[in-house]
Design a protein around this ligand. Structure first.
Ligand SMILES: [Zn+2]
Length: 386
């Protein structure tokens, strides 16, 4: 077995340790850029403010306002004509309806800020190991159109901004060649826009666990899609996630994660149709952060969707993700093992060995996986789970 963790641990682990010892978790917010909505609109705009207020009370969190994404950055994942029409407010009524928001200058600014916060969290995660955007996860936006409350695709833009900066030697990461980014999309809705934008890009892996019968009704093939049945419970969800993360590890070898931690798989969600509890969602977040920890790679976290019957439940799920991210950050402060280069030479480190063992593929295949995993054939990855 090739130990892929060796290659990714060439990244500046010592630098992350030093920063983690000295700093707080950087968390970016955009809720003061309000997107004006008509009364009764079903998008829960207030959740962002409520979430920031909840997070403000947590220890070791440093809240920052992110810059707006620039045209140049947005064009890494979007069509120039679409961007221009969004900015000028000249989308066709049908296109605007598909987005689900009325056009206003505030919509444009808010959308730029949301992408900017995911870019900022990604840059910061390269330094600190983890950083958070209290918005983002706008995964239904395509290259040339918006959809489902998503104008620009923050994860696709941020992944490419990071790759460009890495190529220019401007990140703290030491991964060689093109930065390999995995987008772990655990919102209950499929990341159709993300899959569409990145389908031909072998350097970015798209994983989506989503409700099979939920929006979008026409799914786009990503690199790994895991459709889940209505009512899916904690146990089945977490088993499917474990299998999916093993597959990402074995088939892609990511050097960076962007995590869409949607609150809408929660059992109280109006749109979710799944049955996850608070505890199940906490374990979901822990699984993703464990994955990053064991591979020794950074993770940028975004919130994505959440439409609870009771908005406080949605806010609680998101706040729990931030609290779990804090635990992950605290764990990074603890000792880790001396790291080995591929040549076998150890990187000098005064730190003692880790508690967590490196990820290894399962030795026996599961006999009854609860879901079917489907993978795209457009990239050079195998299509079966072992
Ligand atoms: Zn969603």
């Amino acid at each position: 077995m090739v130990n892929r963790s060796l290659r990714v641990t060439e990244y500046a682990a010592n630098r992350i340790l030093i920063n983690a010892l000295e700093r707080t978790v950087k968390t970016f917010y955009t809720d003061h850029f309000v997107l004006p909505l008509p009364e009764g609109h079903r998008f829960p705009m207030s959740k962002y403010r409520l979430l920031r207020e909840r997070v403000q009370a947590m220890p070791a969190i440093e809240l920052s306002e992110a810059l707006a994404a620039s045209d140049t950055e947005l064009l890494l994942a979007h069509d120039a004509s679409y961007l221009q029409r969004v900015i000028q407010g000249t989308l066709e009524p049908k296109e605007q309806r598909e987005i689900g928001f009325p056009w206003t200058p505030g919509m444009v600014e808010r959308s730029r800020r949301s992408v900017g916060a995911t870019i900022a969290a990604s840059r910061q995660a390269c330094v600190d190991g983890i950083a958070v955007n209290l918005a983002g996860g706008t995964h239904h936006a395509y290259r040339e159109k918006g959809s489902g409350f998503c104008v620009f695709n923050d994860a696709a833009v941020a992944a490419r901004v990071l790759q460009r900066e890495h190529q220019q030697g401007h990140t703290a990461l030491t991964a060689k060649n093109r930065l390999r980014v995995a987008i772990i999309d655990l919102d209950v809705h499929q990341g159709n826009g993300t899959a569409s934008i990145l389908r031909q890009d072998p350097s970015i892996f798209t994983l989506s666990l989503h409700g099979e019968k939920n929006f979008p009704f026409r799914k786009e093939a990503g690199d790994l899609d895991v459709p889940l049945p209505d009512g899916c419970n904690d146990e089945d969800y977490l088993l499917a996630l474990d299998l999916a993360l093993d597959t990402v590890h074995k088939q892609f070898e990511p050097a960076f994660l962007i995590y869409l931690a949607g609150a809408d798989p929660h059992e109280d969600d109006r749109l979710g149709r799944l049955g996850l509890t608070f505890e199940g969602l906490k374990q979901r977040d822990e699984r993703v952060f464990d994955f990053a920890h064991r591979l020794g790679i950074p993770v940028a976290v975004t919130m994505a969707g959440g439409y609870g019957n009771e908005i406080n439940n949605t806010v609680s799920v998101h706040a729990q993700t931030v609290a779990t991210a804090l635990n992950h950050y605290e764990r990074m402060k603890r000792p880790v093992a001396p790291l080995k280069l591929q040549t076998g030479a150890a990187i000098a480190s005064p730190i003692t060995p880790p508690i967590t063992p490196p990820i290894t593929p399962p030795t026996t295949p599961p006999t009854t996986p609860p879901t079917t995993l489907t993978t795209s054939t457009t990239k050079t990855i195998s299509t079966t789970l072992e």
